[in-house]
Every structure is written in C-alpha cells, then in structure tokens.
Design a protein around this ligand. Structure first.
Ligand code: KDO
Length: 335
C-alpha cells in the first residue's frame, strides 16, 4: 500500500471511530448539510436566540439532515461582511440589514431612510406582500442570496452617555453618534442632526464607557441585551427607524436543496422570525420602565421635528433618486 493510501485509510478509521464515540452513525454524519450562521448579535438578544429556534425546528422536521452551526458576537464574520461571505460560499445563513443590501441593491436604500416604515405591523405587511416579493427578487439576482423571512429588529432610539434633554435635531449638533461603518448608516446619523461616527457593534460598549463616542442608536431590547444602559444616561425616544433584518440563505446552498428541504428550511426561518418578533414586541412594550429603574433619563422629543428633518434630508439626497418610481407611495398606502 502506498503511504498516501495508508494515511487516508488511517484518517478514515480514526474519524469513523471518533464519530462512533460521539454516538453518530458514520453515514448519517457524512451526509448532513452544514448550515453555518454568523451574526453580530449578543446571546441575550432575541435575534440571537431565534437561531436556536431555527435549529430546533430543523432538527425536528428533518432529523439528521442538517448540521446547524450558530456563531454569535460576530465570532465567525465581522458585522456587515456576511453577504460577501455568503456569495463566496464561506457562509450559508445570516440575517442581513437593509443597509447591507442597499450597498448592492441601491433601490433597497428606501428602507434605510428614517420614518418610512411606520410600525412593526406595517413592516411585516410591506415585506410579506408584493413589495417584498419584487425587492427580494432583485436581492436574489444581485446578491445571490434568498430571503426567507423578515425579522423585526426593533425601533431604533437614541441613547446618550450624558444627559442633554434632546428635543429636536438641533440638540444633537456636534454629538458624536456611533453608527455602523457604512455610508448608508452614517447618512442616517447625519440626517438625525448628529456627527455620525463609524464603529462596529462589538466596540460600542467600550466606546461609550471611555467617551470616544457620545451616543449610539439601537432598538431598546438591544440596549438592554448589550448592556449599553450601564454606560449611558439618556434615552431619546426618536423612533427614527422601524428596523428590519432579513434572514437569508446563500443561493448555492438553497439551490442544492430538494423541494422538501427548502420547505422545511423556510418553515424554520418563519418560526425563528415569529419567535423574535413576538418576544421583541412584548419586550418593547414594557422596557422603558426597566431603563428608568436603572437611573436613565427617558426623553420624549419632538418626533414631528425629527421626522420632518430626516424625511427632507432623504428626499433631497441621491438615495431618493434611485428609489423605484411609485415605491414610496405604495409603501405609504400599504395597510
Ligand atoms: C448595530 O450595529 O447598531 C446593529 O443594530 C445594526 C443591525 O443591522 C445589526 O447588525 C445589529 O447591530 C446586530 O445584529 C447586533 O444587534
């Protein structure tokens, strides 16, 4: 026997013994489809926990068929790099933001604009109807990923390290407001009246603690889960973005699945969305008291002033020039 053949035989024997020791039948372990997931979400946030629901749903509907690997805290891929990793074949699943999509599908930037989606119900109606179908088709073509469900990330609010009693965009002048590091996110921060400062999600806590940033914006369940309330003193309830992330799978994996597998994976994605959406809404409804108990000042600003200023900034921008004709009106009239 040649050395390479002996080596291969040995490796197979050792691996086989390992799998048996782990209690896995060899054939079954070999035929499992690996589904790697990467997210910057912290373990205690709903859009992190939803991946366990996804995994459990698939383990139940398709036992032994999938090996779902969940990687939280951006431990596998950096925030915002997931779509490229999926296109390269290094990642199967992620929940990608409208901002990530807008980089490659400019029409999608309409959903990065503040005060366009009106509330969580409106969001689900827009994305689970004809508008979603049309835009997700573009996403599939241009990004090589298939959107399986729309996750309500929450309604974004401003959270400051010092009290400022912010009422209007003018009160944010000069405030270094952390945003994720792409130009679409930074534009939103500037539209709010602040000085937008790019920083990855994983560095926000330290940035607030040390004062390299003056504030950040995120939905309130995330402010709790990532413990930003420990290093901030004010919440400003601007409700400037009813934010969504889109649970997506790389087309390479999707197209390799049988119709039955696709149906099970889609059902798992919908179960994950339902789990996240219900829990997040429930938490958002009563979370303000928690922050008050933690000693934060909770300010209700002049939301109409923020809405007017943010909408004007977007309508006068290059972003609005590529929004498909009539889309804004269709979104506005979706009930
Ligand atoms: C953030 O970095 O502020 C953000 O909320 C942006 C989202 O698109 C998403 O990436 C989210 O972080 C992470 O999942 C962490 O919650």
């Amino acid at each position: 026997m040649k050395f390479s053949t002996i080596r291969r035989t040995l490796i197979t024997a050792v691996c086989g013994a390992g799998l048996l020791a782990m209690g896995l039948p060899q054939a079954q372990a070999q035929s499992k489809t690996v589904l790697r997931i990467s997210t910057p979400a912290v373990p205690d946030d709903w859009h992190a926990k939803m991946w366990t629901v996804f995994k459990e749903s698939l383990d139940k509907s398709a036992p032994g068929e999938f090996d779902v690997q969940i990687n939280l805290n951006a431990s596998l891929f950096k925030q915002g790099t997931e779509p490229a990793a999926m296109a390269r074949g290094n990642l199967e699943l992620s929940a990608i933001s409208a901002f990530d999509i807008a980089k490659l599908v400019p029409e999608f930037s309409i959903f990065t604009a503040g005060y366009i989606i009106q509330d969580p119900q409106h969001q689900q109606k827009v994305f689970n109807g004809a508008i979603g179908d049309e835009l997700f088709k573009m996403v599939a073509e241009k990004m090589d990923v298939t959107v399986l469900s729309t996750i309500y990330l929450g309604t974004r609010q401003i959270n400051l390290r010092e009290t400022r009693n912010v009422k209007t965009p003018a009160d944010l002048k000069g405030v270094k407001l952390r945003m994720p590091g792409t130009k679409e996110w930074l534009f939103l921060g500037e539209a709010l009246g602040a000085t937008a400062t790019p920083l990855a999600f994983g560095e926000v806590y330290m940035g607030l603690k040390t004062g390299t940033i003056d504030g950040q914006d995120n939905p309130l369940p995330t402010v709790r889960a990532a413990k930003f309330y420990e290093v901030t003193k004010e919440l400003v309830l601007t409700s400037h973005l009813v934010d969504g992330i889109f649970l997506s799978i790389a087309n390479k994996s999707w197209n390799a699945m049988s119709a039955a597998q696709k149906q099970k994976v889609k059902a798992a994605a919908q179960a994950a969305a339902q789990y996240n959406n219900e829990n997040r809404l429930k938490e958002e409804a009563q979370i303000v008291d928690f922050f008050k108990q933690q000693g934060l000042q909770v300010v209700t600003p002049d939301v109409a002033a923020f809405r007017k200023s943010v909408q004007q900034t977007y309508m006068n921008s290059d972003y609005a020039k590529v929004w498909p004709k009539g889309l804004l009106e269709r979104i506005n009239s979706t009930r």
